[in-house]
Design a binder for this molecule. Structure first.
Ligand code: IYR
Length: 227
């Protein structure tokens, strides 16, 4: 079999993966589930440094996610500069203070109580990096004409999932943080109009003493139906 061919004028490459035995497939599936089940959102970070190359590889993994028409409609801004981290913390805490004090419903606040969140966001300065994920709504073609991307929300969500898995795989921890509204980020990082902030993800090592809520995950029967 050839490894390359042209189909309808477009280049294709043969896709092949080693075929595993049933037992090996099951072992890997179980192992990966058990590994991913140890991932937790962490709010207490160490300031211990992480090599930039680690972050670069994690982001390359995120960018392997599928996306609408393979447009890869995402930009990952990595903030390591302490001054910029501080500006982000101040602006995020200003919004969060208002959210917690007046914008969020009492039902919402009650739902968050077991997670112990509040408007203080020290991790935005403590973590060695904040990865800020932007969704790119449109691009400019060669004639400077706007071209919309497709399924941007879904695509960027998938890339963030890959990103969190890669962070966990590297032995680091993260938090999916969504200060609301998030337009301050666009201004601080001076991002172009076609990019909208999607998620702030502090990344680093957990603090030496790090506590996470004792949450339980839903059972398979409660999340899955076979037909
Ligand atoms: N964005 C706020 C509030 C918040 C909302 C939900 I839903 C969470 O799961 C966690 C927090 C914050 O980051 O504190």
């Amino acid at each position: 079999m050839p490894i390359k061919k042209i189909i309808e004028n477009y280049p294709y490459i043969a896709y092949s993966k080693p075929i595993l035995e049933d037992k090996a497939i099951l072992e890997r599936a179980k192992y990966f589930y058990e590994f991913m089940d140890t991932r937790r959102s962490v709010r207490e970070f160490s300031n211990f440094p992480v090599a930039r190359e680690v972050i670069e590889n994690i982001i390359k993994t995120a960018s392997t996610a599928p996306s609408g028409a393979h447009k890869q409609p995402w930009t990952f801004c990595v903030v390591e500069n302490p001054e910029i981290k501080k500006q982000i913390r101040i602006a995020a805490e200003e919004e969060e203070l208002q959210s917690y004090e007046s914008r969020m419903s009492s039902e919402w606040l009650d739902d968050l109580k077991p997670l112990g969140t509040d408007w203080h966001k020290p991790f935005l300065e403590t973590a060695p990096y904040i990865i800020i994920v932007f969704r790119r709504i449109y691009e400019f073609d060669d004639e400077e004409k706007k071209k919309n991307n497709y399924y941007v929300q879904e695509s960027v969500g998938l890339a963030c999932g890959f990103l969190l898995a890669a962070i966990h795989d590297a032995g680091l921890v993260s938090l999916t943080h969504t200060p609301s509204p998030m337009n301050f980020i666009t201004k601080i990082l001076n991002r172009p109009e076609n990019e909208k902030p999607f998620l702030l993800i502090p990344v680093g090592y957990p603090a030496e003493e790090c506590w996470v809520p004792d949450i339980k995950r839903k059972e398979l029967e409660d999340i899955c139906v076979f037909y």
